[in-house]
Design a protein around this ligand. Structure first.
Ligand code: MTE
Length: 408
């Protein structure tokens, strides 16, 4: 029999840390049934009207339904990090307000050393989490569909989906607890393969179909490598829109892998699926096989901070950023003549696995329209092609972007 729902069962309490202030993970009965259908642990306060709670000044953001895109012309070349207030938001439904005092992360599954049903999940509270050793990392966060509209504007093949320009990306300094630490202290089986992360936002309903809570599985290997249970951005608690009180972070991977408002982790000995890795966030279309795998590592991309005040004969310094989910950027080349000639840009050292800032001096020789291009190559040798094959979801537009600018 599982213990009563309101009390911790002493015999099931696992010590996650040493000493009196040790954080505890308690096995505790939670009501309701499994996974996507379960009521949210932690009390969800009444939802507010809008899908996004933080202010969205029009000079910083382009609103896109339940989402908001960062405007590249609002990016200050002198600032490396994207402030939480300025980071893009991608919500399948809307931002829930969650009380950290009652928030719980339920960890269960047959991949745990001591297998647990959802009803007998290990429960980690916010206080538990904050007492565990933390790590701070700087990484790029990018939506899989960032650049989607460029399939239409640059390649003439429009796709449906959130109409992102290039601003569904940012570089953030995150603080949280390595998931590996929690899993090792709980104990997982050698044959555990997958972990399903589930958010506490409302179930996602589209076209009359209820797909359940936003959730996506990922390999145990990634969990042990660098996954983080994040509670702070820029040294401050997460903003509600970015997953308060706790979100998952899978560095270098597609944004959907970093489940916000994390409520549940299922550790499994068998491969797990969800619509977010079978129906969406994988490549489908004429150039892809029917069994193409779920998307994981982010491609190589570059963006300019749009130059202003361009005039023929006047020297300017073009600036921008390049990033890759596979590692550091090794080289950035810039073309100011639509791709006829390329010059190497000056690059700054990236922080952690954040983006690389670059700059390139330019003195336009004529007035009128000019096409600026930037092309990056990462440490693994991946670079940006002139074109990318079409895919139905409009994912991974990593081709070189044509930036048309007017020179006076
Ligand atoms: N997690 C939950 N629970 N619900 C969501 O809608 N959106 C995902 C991911 N995690 C999402 C989620 C997607 S598609 C992206 S790109 C990132 O969160 C966006 O994170 P941000 O809104 O903090 O920028």
């Amino acid at each position: 029999m599982p213990p009563a729902s309101s009390s911790y069962a002493r015999r099931d309490v696992l010590r996650l840390g040493a000493g009196a202030a040790a954080a505890l993970v308690a096995a505790r009965a939670v009501g309701g049934s499994a996974a996507a259908a379960a009521p949210a642990p932690g009390s969800l306060l009444p939802l507010t009207e809008g899908p996004i709670l933080k202010p969205l000044p029009p000079e910083w953001f382009v609103p896109l339904g339940t989402n908001a895109e960062m405007r590249w012309d609002s990016v200050d070349p002198r600032r490396y990090l994207t402030a939480p207030e300025r980071l893009f938001v991608r919500n399948h439904t809307r931002t829930p307000i969650i009380d950290a005092r009652t928030w719980e992360l339920r960890i269960h599954g047959d991949g745990l050393a001591d297998p647990r049903t959802p009803e007998r999940a290990h429960v980690l509270t916010y206080r538990d989490l904050r007492r565990l050793p933390a790590r701070t990392v700087t990484t790029v966060l990018e939506c899989t569909g960032n650049g989607r509209t460029l399939f239409a504007t640059q390649q003439g093949t429009p796709v449906s989906g959130t109409a992102w320009g290039l601003g569904a990306v940012g570089t953030v300094r995150w603080t949280g607890v390595p998931l590996s630490l929690v899993l090792r202290r709980l104990g997982i089986r050698r044959d555990a393969v997958d972990i399903q992360a589930t958010g506490l936002d409302e179930p996602f309903v589209s076209g009359g179909v209820d797909y359940g809570r936003v959730r996506r599985p990922f390999p145990v290997a990634k969990a042990l490598e660098d996954a983080l249970l994040v509670y702070a951005m820029d040294g401050r608690p997460l903003l509600p829109d970015h997953g308060f009180p706790v979100r998952l972070l899978l560095p270098g991977w597609v944004g959907i892998a970093s489940i916000k408002w994390l409520g549940e982790l299922e550790v499994s000995r068998t491969t797990l699926t969800s619509p977010w890795n079978t129906k969406w966030y994988r490549m489908t279309g004429p150039d892809y096989p029917a069994d193409s795998p779920p998307l994981t590592v982010l491609p190589v991309k570059s963006a300019f901070e749009p130059p202003t005040g361009l005039a023929s004969g006047r020297r300017t310094v073009l600036t921008g950023r390049s990033w890759s989910g596979a590692g550091a950027i090794r080289r950035v080349e810039v073309s100011t003549d639509g791709g006829e000639t390329w010059q190497r840009a000056r690059t700054d050292r990236a922080r952690g696995s954040g983006w690389t800032q670059w700059s390139h001096p330019w003195r336009p020789r004529s007035s009128g329209e000019h096409v600026l291009l930037a092309r990056a190559t990462d440490v693994t040798g991946r670079t940006q092609p002139d074109q990318v094959p079409f895919n139905d979801g409009g994912y991974f537009f990593s081709a070189v972007v044509q930036n048309r600018v007017a020179v006076a």
